[in-house]
Design a protein. Structure first.
Length: 436
């Protein structure tokens, strides 16, 4: 409990510094982002389905609606690099590549809005974007912010290639001001800290929280388990710096979800989703929603994991146990005195039977309801009762843990909704992977 109290207190104290005052992203933003999966494929002649074009974004929008993603909260459809023409227009404004975006960005934004979605766009604070397209250096910031607002764009990712640290110091706050000055609420994703580096990172997180809604802290994610693990490891190694910086309206961003692509097994996909939920990370999928497997879809659409990620208290969770045997335990305090627990295995031999108790994990005395999010099984457990979780290699077992006082009042049902009073009668108390 001491730990829970400490975590809650840290969040209340750090909550005293208000996030970017645009009222946006009170919970981590969710949606789809083109980069990891579709990169800078501009070859629409030979690869029309996959090139960066308005068709790719309208396709994804259609699937977000058709397949239930939007209704679960995945509402942003975000363009990344390589969308623009190599030249600005006669008035000096950025313009979309006319061949690949013949209807223009404003129409694309309307397409999203008509469907209850939002459009995100990408810019860069240097002379060029990372992919070599026109950037938005200091003298272009106000003009480009206004152009994005005129197009009715809802979010900007502002990258940092081809800029130096003194330009960044001026540019990131200036873009924040310029976006606010347009009067249009535009979510602001800053890549600034990813360009500052250092261990511990030499980043002013208080300032970031004041000017950005989210920020990329670290390197780019790739479609591999190595990459996912390296990113998670970096975030948890630096949790004492990072966690206090997060809260409603201001989030650390460990980069996109690659669940549904080629590099992760089912267990690893569950692990990425679980750890991103613990971290209160933005959930931007970068995958092909037209061809996604049922397995990946079920993981990304898991309502309880999403509810944990979207918890309104907005406290970023932490690693609380790091065993020499390769088992790690993560905890995120949630509203209604609930919490999320993740048991993760870095092992590569076989499922590991890890024995612990809630008491050993610093929970206060009482009996708790544990709901295993990937199997939809629930059980009641006293803090002092030892239990065993069987964690697959590179996999997780993840629980939503209700507060003791709440166990008879509210709990998750198998459809993932938080339900009112109900009894546990008839529930299956045997959790696969959990031996009481
Ligand atoms: C950087 C960013 C990526 C992506 C590319 C685009 O590497 O970190 O997320 O936006 O640029 O070129």
């Amino acid at each position: 409990m001491k730990l829970l109290l400490l975590l809650a207190l840290t969040s209340v104290l750090s909550g005293a510094a208000f996030g970017l005052d645009n009222g946006l992203m009170r919970t981590p933003p969710m949606g789809w982002l083109a980069w990891e999966r579709f990169r800078c494929d501009i070859d629409c002649d030979n690869d029309p389905m996959n090139c960066i074009s308005e068709r790719l974004f309208t396709d994804m929008a259609d699937w977000l609606v058709k397949d239930g993603w939007r209704d679960l909260g995945y509402v942003y459809v975000n363009i990344d690099d390589c969308w623009s023409s190599m030249e600005r227009d006669k008035q000096g404004r950025l313009q979309a590549d006319p061949k690949r975006f013949p209807s223009g960005i404003h129409k694309l934004a309307r397409y999203m809005h008509d469907r209850g979605l939002k459009l995100g766009i990408y810019g860069d604070m240097g002379t060029l974007t990372c992919g070599g397209y026109p950037g938005t250096p200091l003298d272009k910031i106000e003009l480009d912010a206004q152009t994005f607002a005129d197009w009715e764009v809802d979010m900007l990712k502002y990258d940092g290639c081809y800029s130096n640290s003194s330009e960044q110091e001026k540019g990131y706050p200036l873009m924040s001001k310029a976006l606010n000055a347009t009067g249009r609420p535009i979510g602001y994703s800053c890549s600034w800290p990813a360009y500052q580096g250092g261990l511990p990172p030499k980043v002013n997180y208080t300032q970031l929280g004041e000017i950005c809604n989210l920020w990329r802290n670290y390197g780019d994610i790739q479609d591999s388990w190595d990459s996912v693990l390296a990113i998670a490891d970096w975030f948890f190694a630096n949790q004492d710096t990072l966690a206090p910086a997060a809260g409603p309206g201001r989030w650390n961003d460990p980069d996109m979800l690659v669940v549904g692509d080629f590099g992760l097994s089912t267990d690893q996909s569950r692990s990425q989703m679980a750890l991103w939920a613990i971290m209160a990370a933005p959930l931007f999928m970068s995958n092909d929603l037209r061809f996604i497997s049922n397995d990946a879809r079920a993981i990304l659409q898991n309502k309880v994991v999403i509810a944990i990620n979207q918890d309104p208290m907005g406290v970023q969770g932490r690693r609380i146990v790091k065993e020499k045997n390769g088992i790690e335990v993560f905890l995120r305090p949630l509203s209604n005195k609930a919490s999320a627990l993740v048991f993760f295995s870095r092992r590569n031999d076989m499922p590991y039977r890890y024995q612990t108790s809630l008491k050993k994990l610093n929970y206060t005395a009482g009996s708790y309801k544990l709901f295993e999010v990937y199997t939809n099984r629930a059980t009641l457990l006293k803090d002092s009762t030892d239990f065993v979780v069987s964690v697959n290699p590179t996999g997780v077992v993840m629980f939503y843990v209700s507060a003791p006082a709440d166990t008879n009042l509210r709990h998750f049902h198998s459809d993932g909704k938080l339900q009112g009073p109900s009894s546990y009668e008839g529930e299956d108390n045997s959790l696969p992977g959990v031996f009481l």
